[in-house]
Write a protein that binds this ligand. Sequence first.
Ligand code: GLC
Length: 737
Amino acid sequence: MKEQELMELFADLSIEEKIGQMLQLSGNFYETGDTEEAVLTGPALEMGIGEKEIFHAGSVLSVFDSEKIMDIQKRFMQKHPHHIPLLFMGDIINGYRTIFPIPLAQGCSFDPEEVKHAAEVAAEESALSGLHVTFSPMVDLVRDSRWGRVMESTGEDTYLNSCMARAMVEGYQGDDLNKKGNIAACIKHFAAYGAPTAGRDYNNVELSERTLREFYLPAYKAGIDAGAAMVMTSFNTLNHVPASGNKWLMQDILREEMGFEGVLISDWAAIEEMIAHGYAKDKKEAAKLAIEAGVDIDMVTSVYIKNLIKLLEENAISMEQIDACVLRILRLKNALGLFENPFKDLNAEELKKSILNEEHRALARMAAADSMVLVKNDGILPLQEKKDKIAVIGPYATSKHLYGFWSILGREEDTVSLEEGLKRRGLKETPVFAEGTYVLPEDYEFSGIVAGEGKRREKTEKEFLVEALEAAAAADKVVIAIGEHAYQSGEGGSRSEISIAQNQIQLLRQISKVNKNVVAVLFHGRPLDLREVEKYANAVVLAWFPGSEGGNAVWDILFGDVNPSAKLSMSMPYSIGQVPVFYNEYRTGRPFHGEKGNRFLSRYQDIPNRPLHPFGFGLSYTTFSCSSVEVSSEKLGDEGVTASVTVTNTGKKAGKEVVQLYVQDVTGSTVHPVKDMRGFEKISLEPGESRQVSFHITEDMLRYYDIQMQYICEPGEFRIYIGDSSDTENYATIVRE
Ligand code: GLC
């Protein structure tokens, strides 16, 4: 509807209706039949709300069934005094029913276009189900693999995360929210939720303003600049102030500096949690603090709906503050066209045709292969499809749970396992499959989620091992499929260890004794300590949680149908002792470069400083060379400088290389990292083919916060690195006068 009509509607709303828009409830509040009573005497009573508040709400989360959405919206519209439609929101993080690789894996593709297409598919399936908003992309920069939610991020680099945030927002929203197949995106979790102390979920975050601004904020801004309709507050405190009540973060930075005019929603109960944080003495104060920070929607608590009228009556808050929130919510509904069509794209018939269709599966399969990182290969890969007798061993040999924690609608029956993927290829030598062990020891307990695969343990570990060793001994090559359980990462999935369960390492060790040709494929939601895997395997492929087509994509990689091109979006630590470890570290006054004998350097006594594999690292089945960096001028004027290299495919297979650009400000009024990514280009080269890759360097790419917190490019020397990984030493020097 036109803005004028919207303002007329708005002017006609009662205060209860306005505040109702700021309440988000979960779908169970709209159950019908005999559960209706149960709701009113159960969760609703607990929240202190009744049917009136329920049918005044502004949005619902986590209803994914199209018939339910249709039913709820119909009944709601009838009951609402002004028939204002609900917004339906949900966590579509890496696909709706066609499940794509987890975002940390998608980051490894270094292919924003492919990530955008995956988001488009997720939006199409979600929109046809009746969803209007996804709580994605998660844009939190991550450096600590103990934190379970690293799987949801696209990694440790500001520039890469910015590219991926933009790609996902564009993929979800298209160029007009009102258009068919588009849903609203939500940038989360604002801000710096990915830096919890000790990698423990929901823990406090301590960051200097300089670090916050240089590393953590830019990717949120990239998503907002791409037009994200919503932002979600984070659970954490930032320098002792919870995000949902943090006026500096939400008003000064998000609204003023970043110019965000969309809807700000709290994370789950995050407004009420300010009491637990020790920041609000009670719900009324929590409501006041959140309103002052400009949080528009209270997710799943009654803090707003039970306290805002009282605060208004006491003149503790103003009607203008309420009106601003409500108008943003109504404008989002209007942008989605919900006043004209409250069901938007909901269409059960079209949904059936869209879900997991051939085109969607093909994209999911390619995205999965493009996210798998080859970190070791002694030449055993690619496997010889026509020749090798293969044994596939390990808990992921036959598992269909190849999707990550936030694949809420992921289903095993939709997922291609390694066993199914291999059998479809009709090998000459019939492959053998043996689980060998379980993902987790039987006594492993997740808090709140049942351990293991939820199935009865048919065999003892000993029986498993015997069967696996027989299969391995009889095969030419073994593919051992091991890794984490999907619930070992994700929300609430912080771990003190980043190793694979010892029962799986034990299996690998035993297998390597009876067969010297072992390829390890890992399924995981975080960087892991790979030392023992690399010790016993000839090749190692990181498959992450690859999604619906994982079982096909793994074989596309192992047989060489797809030449691996993925690069690490997050460093693989040498050990947990290094964590947090990330490529753009600082030099210190006593830099350590591996030299022996000098104790008094910035080093460990027992492990190296370098991760096992750094950000940006990944192998191919071919090899590439990169010439030294040429610059168009050694002086950086206002027109900028072009830095170029020539990349050559020096191997025998066509392949893709991610050519990466990093900068270093050698000396400044504040110290700067050894290097920071400022660009990348993924190129395809035939064997023997060479191509020049150029990056245009402008002063804005060399800016940092100086000692006065001015964001400027200070005069002096800069190194321009171009290479195939963050540990490249290939650079040229330029000077900014
Ligand atoms: C969760 C997560 C958030 C998610 C929200 C709704 O606690 O922190 O990422 O979008 O609640 O499910």
